[in-house]
Design a binder for this molecule. Structure first.
Ligand SMILES: Cc1ncc(COP(=O)(O)O)c(C=O)c1O
Length: 393
């Protein structure tokens, strides 16, 4: 077997991910398959709650440990401090929390991009109800960083308050120049809210170095955690500039009267959550960290590059994702001549047990290459697409 990343023991990783035994799984950008240790800790937690009682002194003690470990693993993953992390349900929730906690005046402006995932685009557009002007900038699936920055520069105005964008574009895997964007807009008092759905678990992250103000991320995609748990980073100096719409934890001091949540990002959390999910989330981050994010980043790009080059050489096939490695990730999006993308996705699954998805805006198929995938799987996709294309000619 040939692997995308030679520094990771991919065979060992694959042995722990049940789907790898059955399916060519290339849909991690939608939801990643959890490895066995993640499944085991979640099952163990549910068993403990069932055997000891979910709010027994023993289970509560364990809950506090799980909670603290989840916060510290997320903080380490993002290069943040524990007080800057809120544990939420998913990326979209974190975006919504920030958009609603900022103070908006009618006539204020927010900027986003036309290619964005609805979690970003529709959420930002919802500010229009508050009288905010939302500028939606055009963005090509492989747009160059200089062009993105130039577009932003000319869109900034005296009333611009926020840029809301994905760190990595879901439609094509384009890596946005996030640090440069922060550098451009911060001096004119504009904040940056980034969606890390397609970035967390694919690349090393150092949010203070990126300079981003707010960052929302899920557990269920490249981190290989369960659905229903994610995290929001609010930069420490930004905490006081926000007013959470939910007053519950802001007012509550918890069981320890010395803890005042109003000084931490926990003030954006709503209420009770599943400890099994949080434990699974923590275990997933540990699994990813053990493999190494530098190695994952390189391995994913290698696999993606192989797939892009192979597909680019097929007659009529267009690669929508960037070819420049610096702007690339493990996401590969391609258009096939004469075949509707949803039909191709269905055929890949029905005939070959290849899991991918279509991106309807681009009428394209998206493949997600993660560190558990192999070069043989990439070649499997290429052969399967060649067969589909032969049939339409
Ligand atoms: C860029 C981006 N943002 C947000 C989401 C939605 O994520 P969640 O379900 O964690 O809210 C997705 C899911 O595909 C995504 O790709």
């Amino acid at each position: 077997m040939h692997f995308g990343c030679t520094l990771i023991d991919v065979a060992e990783i694959r042995a722990q991910i049940p789907v790898c035994q059955r399916v060519t799984y290339l849909n991690t950008g939608w939801s990643g398959p959890s490895p066995r240790p993640v499944l085991d800790v979640m099952e163990g937690q549910l068993e403990l709650e069932s055997a000891e009682g979910p709010a027994s002194p023993r289970a509560l003690e364990v809950s506090h440990e799980i909670d603290a470990e989840a916060r510290s693993e997320v903080a380490a993953l993002l290069g943040a401090s524990v007080g800057e992390i809120a544990l939420l349900q998913n990326t979209t929730e974190g975006i919504s929390v920030i958009l609603n906690a900022l103070h908006w005046e009618p006539g204020d402006e927010a900027i986003t991009f036309g290619l964005e995932h609805p979690a970003v685009l529709m959420s930002t557009r919802s500010l229009e109800r508050k009288g905010v002007t939302v500028k939606v900038l055009e963005l090509g699936p492989s747009e160059a960083a200089e062009s993105i920055l130039a577009g932003l520069r000319s869109a900034l105005g005296p009333r611009t308050r926020l840029i809301c964008l994905s760190h990595v574009q879901y439609a094509s895997g384009l890596r946005m120049p996030l640090a440069d964007i922060c550098h451009l807009v911060h001096p004119v008092g504009v904040a940056v809210l980034a969606d890390g759905a397609q970035a967390a678990g694919q690349m090393p992250l150092d949010l203070p170095a990126l300079g981003v103000d707010f960052y929302s991320m899920p557990g269920q995609k490249w981190l290989l955690g369960p659905d229903g748990v994610g995290a929001l980073y609010v930069r420490g100096d930004r905490l006081r500039t926000l007013e959470p719409r939910n007053p519950y934890l802001t007012l509550r001091r918890g069981t320890d009267p010395s803890v005042d949540f109003s000084e931490t990002s926990r003030r954006f959390e709503l209420s009770t959550s599943s400890m099994a999910l949080r434990a699974g989330f923590t275990e997933a981050i540990r699994f990813i960290q053990a493999a190494g994010l530098d190695q994952i980043q390189t391995g994913n790009r290698n696999l993606a590059t192989r797939l892009k080059h192979e597909l680019d050489s097929l007659p009529g096939v267009t690669v929508a994702s960037p070819m420049d490695p610096a702007a690339s990730t493990g996401l590969v999006t391609v258009r096939l001549p004469g075949v509707a993308a949803p039909d191709a996705v269905r055929t890949l699954w029905a005939r070959e047990r290849i899991a991918a998805r279509s991106i309807d805006e681009l009428d394209a198929i998206r493949f997600s290459c993660h560190f558990f995938n192999t070069e043989e799987e990439i070649d499997h996709v290429v052969t399967a697409l060649q067969t589909i294309l032969r049939k339409v000619r």
